[in-house]
Design a protein around this ligand. Sequence first.
Ligand code: MLT
Length: 309
Amino acid sequence: MYRVLITDNLSPAGLKILKETPGIEVDLRKGLTPDEVRVALHDADGIIIRSETKLTPEILKDQPRLKAIVRAGVGTDNINLPAATREGIVVMNTPAGNTTSTAEHTIAMMMALSRNIAPAASKLRDGVWDRKSFTGTQLAGKTIAIVGLGRIGLAVARRAIGLEMKILGFDPFMSVERAAEQGIELYRDIDEMITKCDYLTVHTPLSPETTNLIGAERLAKMKKGVRIINCARGGIINEAELAQAIESGHIGGAALDVFVKEPTPPDNPLLKLPQVLCTPHLAASTDEAQELVAVEAAEIMAGFLVRHE
Ligand code: MLT
């Protein structure tokens, strides 16, 4: 029997696939401490995780039974890939399942930020009918710069075109022709692109190259009043420098779904700024996306373990 450990939430459709696969037994254990994950892995052939479980070198060391890690989601930054490679453990993700939900959340955050939806709703809930403080900004006719034109970046571009925005994009791997077909003006120089936008949204993985990609220097180059959106990974935009740029009045606001440390500590200065709208890493949290990634993750794991026989 192959045992698959699952330590984060996985939709029932994914669990069903695993439970109905002959030769696989499911060990569902949520809320484990890192040390409990390490010990539980001694008896596991595979593990399926979302973003809560962190698979560090210490956890992955000396796990002779463990053959595969499947990340139900896109980002693999909670898995130490060099350690997994060293230990001969295969790492797989589910790149497509949450594209639409993440793109929709990005657009929702941009709209909510531009129309002050959260502060206006909160004031009204407190019994205050305030129409003066919440004059917003229209999106039509504005320019959005998209850093990273992978699945999610392109899905955001398609939606922003529907909102009558002008689309700029930065991606070292995209051809000018393909970008043009998608209605995107492609830039090879991020520093040139960021001087031209009213909104900037990032859709790259977190890597040494993208950590602090947007910091004080680049924020200062942008037009006054630019709004920044991050539904990708905390750390692509330097949090402290973003907070300073907003406090100085140069950056108009930010909508953030992801943070360097998650859960982000309550004293994160960005949480206190009225120009900042935050959600707790919800972009992929829809019924549809969770079912798609769970099914994809279960099928990948079942296929891998069966093929591995
Ligand atoms: C992902 O990497 O797929 C998303 O950030 C969603 C998640 O962490 O579950």
